[in-house]
Ligand binder design. Structure first.
Ligand SMILES: Cc1cc2nc3c(=O)[nH]c(=O)nc-3n(C[C@H](O)[C@H](O)[C@H](O)COP(=O)(O)O)c2cc1C
Length: 326
């Protein structure tokens, strides 16, 4: 199958410019190795593990399942949170010889000297052009820019991928990964046209055979429309795009009534989401999900998702060449 050689495929030593971002509780050895085996790159999500040893064990398990490169996502909480484990995760990544990390949540600058001296590439994920510029200034190797339609944290500015991606690519000289709303070959070609060196997907990979969530969620993802997500947590300046279920509507109402962070925490806690993934109760938990869910019609294997994207991208290129008049 044909591919695109970009600054990201060369930097990471992968065949296709397709990455799977951090997915808390989900992006573990099965999904990560499947993405890497299919020619893209997956990232183990460190925050799913409560100790460095647990993360180390997952890295070993992933290595048993693929000989291709994979990364680790380090989602950083605000420094004031007592549960912040960033330092521990960074040490494990360096000691284990992981080639690349996806950082997100706050400025990764304090960790760059350690990561760089261990030869770890850093791709920092941000929701706004100014944060991308700052990341370049502090010395990351690449940025992932997410548009407002993304699952997870779209930032406070509410700017969609179609605007924030080309503006970021135009203003940076390091490679740019595009995220938010991608699921197919049309999206990949568009992202490359808009200046990206790769796409990164979360929601499309969540709707995969390998994803370790209850079948009820997979059924929900396939029937969901693009209007079935909601952005909550704006009141605590941590907007999150999630499935519009009963928990989400409760959070939205609590915020309208002026709830404090302490009052919101029991409802927005990731642990509730983890229990829901296992029990299959789609009405419980704040479950990250992008608007692209409205364009997902089938649960596929990760290998199929990636090969279908590349096949469609090739067909689109041919079609464009046919209609282009010189
Ligand atoms: C279920 C789910 C869990 C996620 N968990 C994390 C996470 O723990 N850390 C992180 O940096 N991003 C997380 N994200 C965001 C994704 O890595 C990615 O940035 C986003 O899904 C891209 O937008 P898309 O959903 O439109 O593809 C999550 C996304 C989803 C859908």
């Amino acid at each position: 199958m044909f591919t695109f050689e970009t600054r990201i495929t060369k930097m990471l030593g992968i065949k296709y410019p397709i990455l799977m971002g951090g997915l808390q509780w989900l992006a573990k050895a099965e999904m990560v190795s499947a993405v890497s085996n299919a020619g893209g790159m997956g990232f183990i999500t460190a925050v799913s593990f409560t100790s460095g040893d647990e993360l180390r064990a997952e890295i070993k398990k992933t290595r048993d399942m693929t000989d291709k490169p994979f990364g680790v996502n380090i989602s950083m909480l605000p420094v004031i949170m007592p549960s912040d484990m960033t330092e521990v995760y960074v040490d494990v990544v360096c000691e284990e010889g992981i080639p690349v990390v996806e950082t997100a949540g706050r400025n990764p600058e304090p960790y760059l000297p350690k990561l760089k001296s261990a030869g770890v590439k850093v791709i920092h994920k941000v929701p706004a052009v100014r944060f991308a510029q700052k990341a370049e200034r502090v010395g990351v190797d690449a940025v992932t820019i997410v548009g407002f339609e993304c699952g997870g944290h779209p930032g406070m500015d509410e700017v969609p991928t179609l605007i924030v991606l080309p503006k970021t690519a135009e203003s940076l000289s390091i490679p740019v990964v595009a995220a938010g709303g991608f699921c197919d070959g049309k999206g990949l070609i568009s992202a490359l046209c808009l200046g990206a060196d790769a796409i990164l997907m979360g929601t499309r990979f969540m709707a995969s055979k390998e994803c370790p969530m209850h079948e009820n969620f997979k059924r929900w993802l396939v029937q969901a429309q693009e209007t079935d997500t909601i952005v909550v947590e704006r009141s605590i300046r941590n907007p999150a795009r999630i499935i519009k279920n009963e928990s989400a509507l409760t959070v939205a109402n609590m915020e309208k009534e002026g709830a404090t962070l302490e009052e919101l925490l029991p409802v927005i806690s990731g642990k509730v989401g983890r229990e829901a993934y296992l029990s299959g109760d789609v009405n419980r938990g704040c479950i990250a999900c992008g608007q692209v869910v409205g364009r997902i019609y089938e649960i596929k294997s990760i290998a199929e998702i990636i090969s279908d994207i590349m096949m469609e991208a090739g067909q689109i290129l041919e079609k464009l060449n046919k209609i282009a008049i010189k």
